[in-house]
Design a protein. Sequence first.
Length: 454
Amino acid sequence: MKHLSIKARVTLWYTTFMLIFMAVSVFCLLLLSSRISSRRTRELLSDVVTDAVSSVQFRYGELETEDMDFYRDGVSIFIYDTSGYLLAPRINLGVQADSVLQDQTARLVRVNGTPQMIYDLYAVRDDTPFWVRGVVSMAESDLTYGSIRYLILLGMPLFILIAALGGYGVTRRAFLPVAGIAQAAEQISSGTDLSRRIPEGKRNDELSRLARTVNGMLSRLQESFARERRFTSDVSHELRTPLAVIRSQCEYALSPEADCDGKQEALTSILRQTRRMSDMASQLLLLSRGENGTFTPSLAQVNLSRLTAMTCMDLEPAAEAAGLTMETQIQPDLTLNCDETLMIRLITNLITNAIRYNQPGGFIRVSLSTESPSDETSQPMAVIRVSDTGIGIQKEDLEKIWDRFYRADASRSSEGTGLGLSMVRWIAQVHGGWAAAESSPGHGSVFTVWVPVG
Ligand code: ADP
């Protein structure tokens, strides 16, 4: 049984069940109908015999037979005297049973090999005692049951064969996706083809649903493998430039023609590249922890107004050094349940970009306010907005700037890792919020972050 396929096991199980069920049902049915029919025959016999008794008459001890009916409703009537001598009818119909007379007892006997039911009644009329016997043939019902039995014996195996074949066909068709699933799984595990999908079929049964679920899982796996591959190639690509700079600066500093100032410059450049790489490493670590779901923000009630003002103060010297003016418009005492370190990083990234991608003599405006929701079900939002009068962002780049390592062509020459804005969006999402950008190329950009308060 263990080495049989599921299809064969299912078919075997229900065929056996059906066979037993049908056999039991047919047996019960035949038994019941034969009981009913023999009860009816008994009743008929007793009625006809009782009627015959009432029509019996004796004159001077002799039986009067003129008015008597010896055959009615299939029942043959015989009159005997008390010693068992047949008084009437005189003509032997060949159905007369030799059985001993027994009062009011219906029983089955065989006369010349034919089954008969007999019923006797003892009575006294005109001071003369006598017996009346009724005999009815059971041959017809015997024949009917015999034919039904043959029909069932022949028909049942045929019926079960058709049901088994049909059932096996249906199960085989239903299990077809399983073969597809196994084949796809084998191909995926033996190779690297994650683009393979299992045929889902048009039905909506359990296996089609399983195929759809497995296909969904494969799509997610394929997407996450592709993301991993992209990530690895992005990281190695981004590390190549600073590593090449460090290597060439080291080679130069170690060469005999490098003087003291040259060595100093080379070391400064190496330090800058190392800082950039370590910044990139820590941002990447945080981002990947966020994506893996292993990062838990340390939430606390933070005075966001003070935190924004302090971050602006820290970055003001850098803005001034770039010839920019920074303005702030901060709503006082706005508190937020948030991760303080992440919030500082979010604001710093936005302001650093506003400094980096600005134009000489430009402005930076940092504002913090609350926004009431338009409908009563949503929460009020803290809104951090950083606007600049910088180079702006082309329309086709506006959505891509949030991707890891994406840098618009116009800003490739500047320092940066291409991770700042993906960090901003991720931090906003960690706090249940969202970030968006608007820009008019050549005139400036506005970055807005919404975080629910409460
Ligand atoms: P990075 O600044 O390190 O390159 P970011 O993820 O912070 O990386 O930004 C991605 C890209 O978005 C930048 O390279 C730049 O092209 C564009 N960008 C971001 N902020 C601004 C801004 N304020 N003005 C113009 N372009 C910007």
